[in-house]
Structure formats: C-alpha cells, structure tokens
Design a protein around this ligand. Structure first.
Ligand code: FES
Length: 82
C-alpha cells in the first residue's frame, strides 16, 4: 500500500488541501486503485511556503488543486504504467 500524505496545516489548508485530497481520492477511485493507494491527511510537513505539501515516499512535493493531475501523471501514474 502506497501512502499519499497531504498536509492540512493552516498554510496548506488555505491553498486547497481538501481539494487536493479530493482529487487524489477521485483518481484512486476512477482507476480502481484502492488496494494500491491511500490518501491521508498530515500535520505540517515543514514546507509551508510551498503549500500544498504532499509527501510521497521520502519526498515532499508542492502541489496545487490545479496541478494534481499533472503531479499524478509525472510522479505516480508514469512510474506505475497506468
Ligand atoms: S502547513 Fe503544510 S507544510 Fe506547513
């Protein structure tokens, strides 16, 4: 199971954490990846100026509600050949 952590700290919350979470959840559902991925809310990841912060493995990325799809294509879907 791969965990996608989305920061819901105040800076990230203001930049749309919950929209980012919804996008990830929809992607998981649409692609029937419930056995492979789970989205979890996280406390501040220490990269507030890059909000919304998303942690995947050991890496922390800056993602916005508008760039989630691009993020998935570049960092997740491509590596899994979806
Ligand atoms: S509030 Fe999200 S990284 Fe700090």
């Amino acid at each position: 199971m791969n965990e996608i952590f989305v920061c819901v700290g105040s800076a990230c919350h203001l930049k749309g954490s919950y929209d980012v979470i919804d996008c990830f959840k929809n992607w998981i559902k649409d692609n029937e990846l419930q056995d492979d991925f789970v989205v979890k809310a996280s406390f501040c990841l220490g990269h507030c100026t890059d909000a919304v912060s998303v942690k995947l493995g050991e890496e922390i990325y800056s993602v916005s509600p508008d760039s989630v799809e691009e993020f998935i294509n570049q960092n997740i879907a491509w590596s899994r050949q979806l």
